[in-house]
Design a protein around this ligand. Structure first.
Ligand SMILES: [Mn+2]
Length: 247
């Protein structure tokens, strides 16, 4: 009996050791140069469930982002001078739209995920989604940066459309004609408007009723999508908000 116990323990130790070696190999592959990363992108796995999984990372976009320099790039703080602090835009908004206006709409962000997320594969066949973004008197640059980051950091074939739903904004004109003009260059973006102030939930539902995608995704109007944010969420088939929020 004791001998059997020792044998069993020995086998468990060996099994764990093998698993550990596999993990170390994976890590060392991932941690190596970009050339390796490109090769890894083609890796697919078929799980015990028969599902083919692929690496959804867009390594070209990751490289482009890493090379960006300027205000707020790589998610760095934007230092304010005393003159900046008396600016009207700084005082009037709930968050710092003054700074937001001075940062690129396509700015880069640090990859703040757990290290293991860089190695994860997700199902090759994922449903497409309608991204619904309700807003009320949102700042111009924070709203546009939300849209830009979603389109820049999502595989195009997974995005059916981005639906902006205006809950009766009444400050200024930028969210009316200017927004419609701007979005003409983004054919996937549609703009809907409520006929009176409805509140967040009814505004979301208006967008949901118009959605054509297989999955509905709700986002705030002042957030930024980060690296490979979408495939894991579509794999789960849940509705959600706030992939990487600044508010
Ligand atoms: Mn928010």
């Amino acid at each position: 009996m004791t001998l059997l116990w020792y044998q069993l323990t020995a086998w468990l130790i060996i099994l764990h050791a093998v698993r550990l070696i596999i993990c170390i190999n994976n890590n060392s592959l991932i941690a190596s140069s970009h050339g390796w990363l490109n090769q890894l992108r083609k890796v697919t796995q078929v799980g015990l469930d028969g599902v083919r999984r692929i690496d959804w990372h867009d390594y070209e976009a990751i490289r482009r982002d890493a090379a960006r320099m300027g205000n707020g790039e790589q998610g760095k703080p934007f230092p304010l001078t005393e003159n900046d602090r008396v600016d009207q835009a700084y005082r009037e908004n709930g968050f710092n739209i003054y700074v937001s206006d001075r940062i690129s709409l396509n700015r880069s962000l640090p990859d703040i995920r757990h290290e293991n997320c860089r190695q994860k594969l997700y199902a090759e066949k994922l449903p497409n989604t309608s991204i619904i973004i309700p807003f009320h008197n949102e700042g111009w640059s924070s709203l546009l940066r939300t849209v830009h980051s979603v389109l820049n950091r999502s595989p195009s074939r997974l995005i059916t459309e981005v639906i902006l739903v205006d809950d009766f904004s009444d400050k200024g004109t930028h969210l009316k004609v200017a927004l419609e003009e701007y979005m003409k260059r983004m054919p996937k973006v549609r703009i809907l408007r409520t006929k009176k102030r409805e509140g967040l939930i009814r505004t979301r539902l208006l967008g949901a009723a118009a959605a054509k995608g297989e999955v509905i995704t709700f986002l705030d109007s002042h957030c930024e999508a980060n690296v490979n944010w979408l495939p894991p969420l579509l794999g789960e088939k849940h509705a959600y908000t706030h992939p990487s929020s600044n508010h």
